[in-house]
Ligand binder design. Structure first.
Ligand code: FES
Length: 214
């Protein structure tokens, strides 16, 4: 299909880029990369660009925010969160959707004109593993009604284990929400197949009802 073709071409240029200025050599990026695309050289991470697929897992985990993903930097994603919540944030649901299965489901919902409420603002990421806890926290700070993180159904993630890592991270994000006084039940994790348009639409309708938005 055309969307997949575009995604494939785009995906070619998406790679991680480490800024070593603030790097403390913790090695998390090396340890977590599903493609072994980062190695330590002289105690500093070095991205082997030919192996990097740009999933963004390393960037989301980096405690020093040293990793930029081309086209999906922290600043670029954060700017989308801010823009989506500029107007009436309490009526909006931020949905981070992975480019592969989740967005397939979302597109299908759109293409087949399944009705889902207009409260949702989709923010595309290559993999659910790109969604850093700080994006979720920022959305809540800005007054969002709720957040959805949508990725590929288990066990299939286009980046091997990204969905598993995303799930673990979002469990931690829920704790971080509790610590800050937010309701952790307003963070949804949704795992979809590319044929899940109707399911996606149903989940959104359900969220809207639970959040009393509709
Ligand atoms: Fe969909 Fe990783 S690509 S969750």
């Amino acid at each position: 299909s055309i969307p997949m073709k575009i995604g494939y071409i785009e995906a070619e240029g998406i790679v991680a880029d480490v800024n070593l200025d603030d790097c403390n050599s913790c090695g998390l990026c090396v340890k977590n990369c599903p493609f072994s695309a980062i190695q330590m050289v002289d105690d500093k991470p070095d991205v082997i660009k030919a192996l990097c697929k740009g999933c963004g897992l390393c960037a989301a985990d980096c405690p020093k925010d040293c990793v930029a993903i081309v086209h999906y930097s922290d600043e670029q994603i954060m700017a989308q969160v801010v823009a989506a919540l500029k107007d009436k944030p309490a009526e909006k649901i931020i949905a981070f959707a992975c480019h592969w299965c989740a967005l397939g489901g979302v597109d299908m919902a759109g293409v087949s004109r399944l009705q889902y409420p207009p409260n949702v603002r989709i923010i595309r990421v290559m993999c659910a593993a790109r969604v850093a806890t700080k994006f979720v926290l920022r959305a809540f700070e800005l007054g969002t009604a709720g957040v959805m993180v949508a990725g590929c159904e288990f066990p299939t993630c286009h980046y091997i284990t990204g969905n598993y890592q995303a799930e673990k991270r979002m469990e931690r994000a829920k704790k971080a929400l509790v610590n800050r006084g937010y309701d952790p039940n307003k963070l949804w994790m949704v795992w979809l197949s590319a044929a899940d348009g109707p399911r996606f639409a149903g989940i959104v309708r359900d969220m809207v009802k639970k959040l009393s938005l509709g």
